[in-house]
Design a protein around this ligand. Structure first.
Ligand code: BG6
Length: 506
């Protein structure tokens, strides 16, 4: 059994979920198995869920409640890496798992679901509270929301909320249309658009770092910051998602949502309070202050890339166009590098460089704040004295914060060399960090939307991304333009070099 002693783990008792039922659409899918059920099980293990808790899974595959429970048990065994399957906790959790099969396009399925919810409410005492979680094809989101409304489940005895997975639209018009469709049944305040990056501990820590301390914020502006680099690099390729990915590309898959949210967190103004509206307002304001590029400017300030084949560590790695399900002439971007500016007094003239890509040399997500150098160089330096006056916020892996600065080398001369001051999450706290889905699911059940994106934020992101998307789609790039296992296209290095900057090699 998990440790019960409140003196040994006071945090465990901090936030408790009220009773509720979580309805998962797409319950036979990958996300449910890999993320949602393991996260909910972990919340149960940590005693954060109410006794009156239930999950109703639904998808087209016929299954009984017991078969669903068995499948979810396998999922927890396989994907809950750091949580053991405790028979007592699992037993209690599994009794609250239910399943119905149905096609989301069939109105009858919503009648069945409503009846099942009634049964579950009677058996589990979920208080009429329902969290609907859409983990299906995005083309089904509006259909499901309407079905929930038509089935009389949009309102009820308790609260009703809707969690929507990404992608939220594929451009400004479709995002707005989707919001309108969801609003036919759910108020904006009950729509929770999930962006799992906002749930990452280290992304949340950016706010703590900036606004919980007095020493960094006075430097956090154009007077002291030379430029900012945000990197979301992945070493994996498209991992069997080729057919989906070729329609989406790196810009929409990673930047429109995750990395722009990270940028907003790094650059936003201090929020007047830590209330959801206040924090979201500041994020939104920041996103709306990013200068959108004209078509000519897009070609100068953005670089798309696509990986080609390579031989890495004695193995042949296919190019994107050779991946299963991918058109051999695909023009998809698997890399995106952007220069952005934030038109505010705080940030005027400071470049924010953002890059993401598949099949880069390593998996690393980080933010590097490059401060200006000292006005005079009084001392001799080692030849490799670059990467100074640099603050690195490491989101993953090896979560932590490093400050790089010059120090005197021991000896009689006055020669300086760069050193690092490091904070490492793992060793400093020695505690497990909850996964992003644990944090976000608990927030949605509690009714705290701080880490969810709001309609205006999504639209502000599309206002930045859409002009780039339009130029990229109508331009024929010479792809592939970077080899698997390299740091991306040369044009991306050249983009920074024009400003006298260079991408870090994390
Ligand atoms: C997803 C993207 O949203 O984020 C994937 O669709 C990407 O392509 C993933 O691999 C990265 O998430 P994380 O948490 O592994 O950095």
């Amino acid at each position: 059994m998990p440790n019960d002693n409140p003196f040994q783990d006071p945090l465990r008792f901090e936030r408790q979920a009220p009773e509720c039922a979580v309805v998962i659409f797409g319950a036979n899918g990958d996300l449910t198995k890999r993320k949602l059920i393991p996260a909910l099980y972990r919340l149960a293990y940590d005693r954060r869920l109410a006794a009156g808790f239930a999950v109703v899974g639904t998808s087209r595959t016929p299954m009984t409640d017991d078969q669903f429970r068995e499948k979810m048990r396998e999922a927890v065994e396989k994907f809950s890496e750091d949580t053991p399957l405790d028979e007592d906790v699992w037993g209690a959790f599994a009794r609250g798992l239910y399943y119905i099969a149905g096609d989301v396009k069939d109105p009858g399925m919503y009648q069945t679901l409503a009846a099942k919810l009634e049964q579950v409410e009677g058996e589990r005492h979920t208080g009429g509270n329902v969290l609907f979680y859409l983990s299906t094809q995005p083309s089904q989101y509006a259909i499901i929301a309407r079905g929930i409304g038509a089935g009389g489940m949009g309102k009820g005895g308790g609260w009703r909320r809707l969690v929507v997975e990404k992608p939220f639209g594929h451009d400004m018009a479709s995002a707005r249309e989707l919001s309108n469709q969801l609003h036919e049944v759910f108020d904006e305040s009950d729509v929770y658009r999930i962006d799992h990056y906002l749930g990452k501990e280290t992304v949340q820590n950016i706010l703590a770092f900036r606004f919980g301390n007095g020493i960094f914020e006075p430097l956090w502006n154009r007077r002291y910051v030379d430029h900012v680099q945000i990197t979301g690099a992945e070493s994996i390729g498209v991992e069997g998602r080729g057919a989906y990915y070729q329609e989406v590309g790196a810009l929409d898959d990673m930047i429109q949502n995750h990395l722009l949210q990270v940028m907003a967190t790094v650059a936003m103004e201090p929020s007047a309070s830590f209330r959801a509206t206040s924090v979201r307002d500041e994020r939104s304001k920041l996103l709306r202050s990013i200068r959108p590029w004209s078509p000519d400017e897009v070609l100068k300030n953005t670089v798309p890339g696509q990986y080609g084949p390579a031989r890495i560590g004695g193995e042949d790695v296919p190019g994107f166009r050779q991946e299963p399900g991918v058109d051999p002439a695909a023009q998809t971007d698997t890399y995106a590098g952007l220069t952005l500016y934030v038109d505010t007094w705080r940030w005027a003239g400071v470049p924010f460089y953002i890059r993401t890509g598949k099949r880069l040399p390593k998996r690393v997500t980080e933010i590097a704040i490059q401060f200006k150098s000292a006005p005079l160089h009084l001392f001799n330096r080692d030849a490799d004295a670059d990467g100074l006056n640099l603050l690195i916020l490491r989101i993953q892996p090896e979560e932590g914060i490093s400050l790089r600065f010059l120090s005197k080398r021991p000896g009689s001369g006055m020669t300086l060399r760069p050193v690092s001051m490091d904070f490492n999450y793992g060793s400093s706290f020695g505690e497990r960090s909850p996964s992003a889905y644990e944090t976000l699911l608990l927030d949605a059940i509690i009714g705290d939307p701080t880490l969810y994106t709001r309609q205006d934020m999504v639209e502000a992101s599309w206002a930045v991304v859409e002009p780039i998307q339009n130029v990229w789609r109508n331009h024929k790039f010479d792809f592939p333009n970077y080899a698997s296992g390299s740091w991306g296209p040369a044009a991306s290095d050249e983009m920074l070099a024009r400003n006298g900057h260079a991408w870090r090699r994390p």
